[in-house]
Design a protein around this ligand. Structure first.
Ligand SMILES: Cc1cc2nc3c(=O)[nH]c(=O)nc-3n(C[C@H](O)[C@H](O)[C@H](O)COP(=O)(O)OP(=O)(O)OC[C@H]3O[C@@H](n4cnc5c(N)ncnc54)[C@H](O)[C@@H]3O)c2cc1C
Length: 433
């Protein structure tokens, strides 16, 4: 095993959380190694080229006005995302419904007489009065209305944002997200595909460290309850990099496998085994010569079988598709999303939804990819409301990413937040005598 250059910190995995953490560490003055098993940055929010189209694997909507954007400002990385206007709309009975500034009130007011009671719950949530964490969003909503369209919209919001069904998401997490978090009100698409964001952060890491692709971490060495080194496979050799600060973006389960169960406290192992609930979704990327929909941002559907939302990417970022093509991504969430499901049958139901929503769908579109995100490569490594701590019980070893989110948060914003919380704690500890 080769000896290697020295770093103050090693970040395992160049997903959203890993890139944000590594860029923050490097910016804070720690010489940082960001090491990624695959040959591309971005993990589940990367971008691939298919038939000349930039196709996003996962995240498309990157939020303004939060820790995510602040990370780029802090480390001096470009984030040239473009906001569609309106960013959000609904697609009900094949019509775009833009509720604009009227928001929830305007939407629900047109659908149910119980709108005021539901809105009152949002108002109470804003003051911190939230339902018990065991009550599902569906059961909570059923206490106020039986209206099928309202239930369909709430289901599809749960699906679009949290990658789960309304009966799988705690109402507490739903209300926390919509009253205290970003709630995807202001977001943009990246003209280079989402990978453009991670390339910019990798550039920030390289100002005070290195980024290694195609370099899987094989082992995290722990002794006397503290992280000591990581062993990395690179160019056919195993390299041992001493490190007392190790941030893992691989998810808690893979992190335990890398360090070995014996290194962790029993309670942490129990939580990794029992608490994590990976959430699944099904992603259709496609393109058409004629525009399919007028809305330039993301539309959430009403009554569907599995389809939940769709983004019109070329309306704001025409450069992601070859000239003359309109490019879209549609998402569906299986039933169940937090347990086992028949991927083929669930995909077929979602495909049927697309045909219903867009007559002539099969003739009009070129399908670029259909992907089921689940298990160890899921939509969310743990559904909102079922997160693990960022601390692992091992000194110097932390987790970032979407299994260790703050309560009720989701997506890349939540991953960026995990990175900030961990790096702030590391920097504060180093500052102590
Ligand atoms: C279809 C879909 C749509 C989504 N849409 C949005 C959206 O519009 N907006 C939004 O904000 N969020 C969205 N999300 C969620 C968002 O993409 C994820 O929450 C986020 O990308 C997860 O990032 P992460 O930090 O957990 O890292 P991950 O993406 O899990 O990356 C972890 C990285 O670690 C690497 N790794 C693992 N093991 C090792 C090892 N041993 N050695 C080295 N490297 C290793 C992996 O290869 C990977 O690159 C979407 C997700 C999906 C699937």
């Amino acid at each position: 095993m080769q000896a290697a250059t020295s770093f103050d910190a090693v970040v395992i995995g160049a997903g959203a959380g890993g890139c944000c953490a590594a860029a923050r560490l490097a910016h804070a003055g720690l010489r940082t190694l960001l090491v990624e098993a695959r040959d591309v940055l971005g993990g589940r929010a990367s971008t691939e080229i298919i038939d000349g189209h930039k196709v996003n694997v996962g995240a498309i909507a990157l939020e303004f006005d939060g820790v995510f954007e602040e990370t780029f400002r802090t480390v001096g990385a470009d984030l040239p995302i473009r906001m569609p206007k309106p960013a959000n709309a609904f697609y009900l009975d094949r019509k775009v419904v833009d509720v604009g500034k009227g928001g929830w009130g305007l939407l629900l007011g047109g659908l149910t007489k119980q709108a005021a009671r539901i809105l009152d719950q949002f108002a109470q949530a804003r003051t911190g009065s939230l339902p018990d964490g065991r009550l599902s969003t569906k059961d909570w909503l059923s206490g106020y209305t039986k209206n099928e369209t309202v239930h369909a919209i709430f289901r599809n919001l749960c699906a679009a944002i949290f990658a789960c069904n309304a009966d799988e998401l705690p109402a507490r997490a739903f209300l926390t997200y919509f009253t205290a978090k970003g709630a995807f009100k202001k977001f943009g698409f990246h003209p280079d595909g989402t990978i453009g964001a991670w390339k910019a952060l990798a550039g920030a890491v390289e100002r005070n460290g290195e980024v290694w692709l195609d370099a899987p971490v094989e082992r995290i060495e722990v002794a006397d309850g503290a992280a000591r080194a990581v062993v990395i496979r690179r160019d056919g050799e195993s390299l041992r990099i001493p490190a007392s600060i190790v941030i893992s973006n691989a998810g808690p389960k893979a992190t335990v496998a890398l360090a070995g169960e014996a290194a962790f406290p029993a309670d942490y192992l129990r939580r990794v085994r029992e608490d994590l609930k990976p959430a699944a979704n099904i992603v259709f990327n496609f393109a058409s010569r004629e525009p399919l929909i007028a809305a330039p941002g993301i539309v959430t559907f009403g009554k569907t079988r599995r389809l939940c939302n769709l983004a019109n990417l070329t309306a704001t970022c025409p450069e992601i598709a070859p000239s003359g093509w309109h490019q879209y991504v549609a998402y569906a969430v299986p039933v169940p999303a937090l347990g086992d499901f028949d991927a083929e049958a669930e995909t077929a139901l979602a495909h049927q939804d697309l045909r219903d929503q867009f007559p002539g769908f099969d003739d009009k579109v070129k399908m670029l990819s259909v992907r089921v995100m689940r298990d160890d490569w899921p939509a969310q490594r743990s559904c909102a409301g079922y997160d693990l701590p960022r601390e692992t019980g091992i000194e110097g070893l932390w987790c970032v990413g979407d299994a260790v989110k703050d309560y009720g948060n989701g997506g890349t914003q939540a991953c960026a937040e995990t990175a900030k919380l961990v790096v702030d704690a590391i920097v504060a500890r180093r500052g102590q005598p």
